[in-house]
Design a binder for this molecule. Structure first.
Ligand SMILES: NC(=O)c1ccc[n+]([C@@H]2O[C@H](COP(=O)([O-])OP(=O)(O)OC[C@H]3O[C@@H](n4cnc5c(N)ncnc54)[C@H](O)[C@@H]3O)[C@@H](O)[C@H]2O)c1
Length: 247
């Protein structure tokens, strides 16, 4: 029961990573609030929560809209009185060379993958400060850790930006016993990965020392650790979970 009685909000709550992690959180005692901008994703993931429905809430909000995320946070506070844990999973990828990438495609990825994280961190912070407790885990990517061929500059910039945002947030919020950490996954067995072009997939696997793509559960356990009290003295860190591939 590593997150017993905790209230955990997942932005991008319909994502593969959020689903794998939220199920573990429930098994470890938490109630989870899934926030996603597309109601239909909840239909897609509902089978994963069979028999645990009383531990799940679903809110529709767009990570790009501060007002929308603030309203979702308020709904959670109205029902539960607190948010203990925030997990930021919302993300899209548009991998194109810079000369082909449009200004809109640059902005869309920055807005969802980076500004979306700012919005939710800002929205939960006042309540966490009041209660002098909080765990924030932001999902970056191997694509933001080192330069990689085939990764869009928009995605790399957003994912590297998450690291800077989180490291600074960690120092800013430490006096209130709020930790903020990053998990930076390598390629995983999920929809985002299999939606990538085959030559990119082949290139990624070739460069993974452990010789395989990661399982969603292998990220879920990393998030669970950073969200638990076991990680109470860990803040501003980046946990690279990538089969050894990031160097
Ligand atoms: N899957 C991987 O291999 C991998 C590797 C490294 C990093 N990541 C990162 O982990 C995170 C989750 O990845 P995943 O593969 O589980 O994602 P996914 O593609 O399964 O789901 C992404 C979710 O984000 C939601 N979303 C998109 N735009 C949104 C918005 N504006 N507001 C609210 N929700 C929005 C989508 O509806 C979807 O449910 C992403 O940030 C991704 O960049 C994934």
């Amino acid at each position: 029961m590593r997150v017993k009685d905790k209230i955990a909000v997942f932005i991008g709550g319909g994502s593969d990573i959020a689903t794998a992690t939220a199920v573990k959180f429930i098994e470890e005692g938490a109630t989870v609030i899934l926030v996603d901008y597309d109601e239909s994703v909840f239909e897609r993931v509902k089978g994963s929560y069979a028999g645990m429905e009383d531990k799940v809430r679903k809110y529709v909000a767009d990570a790009r809209s501060y007002e929308g995320i603030e309203a979702a946070v308020k709904s959670a506070l109205d029902e539960f009185g607190r948010i203990d844990i925030l997990i930021n999973c919302a993300g899209i990828l548009i991998h194109k060379p810079i000369d082909v990438l449009t200004v809109k495609e640059w902005q869309d990825v920055i807005d969802i993958n980076l500004t979306g994280i700012f919005n939710s961190c800002k929205a939960v912070t006042p309540g966490m400060k009041e209660r002098k407790y909080g765990r924030i885990v932001n999902i970056s990517s191997i694509g933001g850790r080192t330069g990689r061929p085939g990764v869009g500059v928009n995605y790399a910039a957003a994912k590297a930006g998450i690291v800077g945002l989180t490291q600074t947030l960690a120092r800013e919020l430490a006096p209130w016993n709020i930790t903020a950490n990053v998990v930076a996954p390598g390629p995983l067995k999920g929809r985002m990965f299999f939606g990538m072009e085959q030559h990119l997939i082949d290139g990624l696997i070739k460069n993974i020392p452990l010789g395989r793509v990661g399982e969603m559960d292998e990220i879920a356990y990393a998030i669970l650790y950073l969200a638990s009290d076991e990680a109470g003295w860990t803040t501003g860190e980046v946990l690279d979970v990538n089969g050894g591939a990031y160097i």
